[in-house]
Write a protein that binds this ligand. Sequence first.
Ligand code: NAD
Length: 343
Amino acid sequence: MIKVAINGYGTVGKRVADAVAAQKDMKVVGVSKTRPNAEAFVAKQRGYPLYIADLSKKPAFEKVGLSVAGSVEDMCKQADVVVDATPGDIGATNKPLYEKLGIRAIWQGGEDHEVAGFSFNSSCNYKDAIGRKFVRVVSCNTTGLCRIIHAIDQEYGVAHVHAIMVRRGSDPGEIKKGPIDAIVLDPVSVPSHHGPDVLTVLPRISITTMAMIVPTTMMHMHAIQITTKKDVARDRVIELIKTHPRMGLIKKSAGIKSTAELKEFAMDLGRPRSDLYENCIFEDSIYANGKELCFFQAIHQEADIVVENIDAIRAMMGAEKDAAKSIKMTNDALGFSPIQNNH
Ligand code: NAD
């Protein structure tokens, strides 16, 4: 059993904890919170030992009936690997602790590549993560881009990618972020950070990205145009998507034209937290003409990186050397069947 600690039990951390708990070869040894909020009660309900970043807050937790198992350091001492899911830029400040304890650590996309010196995507560079001490799982948008770009590159060779990211303004549970009534260019300048971030995983890809934020919470939407080296066949692209373990096809028959309908579908299918772990690529948007390929894909920001964290744990621990086997183990444990199998 691989013993996993989750430092930061928020949007990403709580999902990673449940995904770890679902794996046959992994166990949650603890999760950490900074304050006793609703998520801390969820951790208690799930039976995850609760640790806290600042022990002086222990009475505040105990006052509301939440028992505290110890400090974040105590938690890390129990683990083989810690998944750091604290907010962006906080994770890097935890690195000295992990180094002191000699524990393996995974950071999220809110941290810079340099925190780990290695950026991960299980479909692209799983083998390079085997045995590593530190790994960074790239952001939700970068994960979605890497999956599809790598698949197209392997089949046709990618000459250039141009991607426009229409990003959600906040996660559903965040009440203080926006915008409420604006389309915000984020950043105004081109390229956005996503293109360079893709290069941390796929260094030989030529890519330009632009990004904006809109008043929605459910998902991101990407408009992607890829110039390939060989002529593209639309049917083959559809086949590549259908057979990829982390990509899904939204067929015309479902009549889905929006992130709202897609999340509703995921809820109705009974997905945990209505999570969509796969890239959701709209079949009808797939346009292939010579060396030009265009399509829309929706990315569930809270979910696609969760399964990547699980594979990263297995690779770092050397528990499974084959990416495809790890991906299958992860997917199967979550009972995850790609979206096209359901319509
Ligand atoms: P979040 O704010 O929802 O959760 C962070 C958790 O960490 C909270 O429970 C908070 O209490 C806790 N925390 C705060 N400071 C801490 C500290 N010093 N020590 C321990 N715990 C602390 O954040 P999130 O959205 O889950 O993001 C976590 C990371 O994942 C970030 O790097 C982010 O960029 C990345 N990420 C987020 C999303 C998303 O959709 N939210 C998607 C991909 C990647």
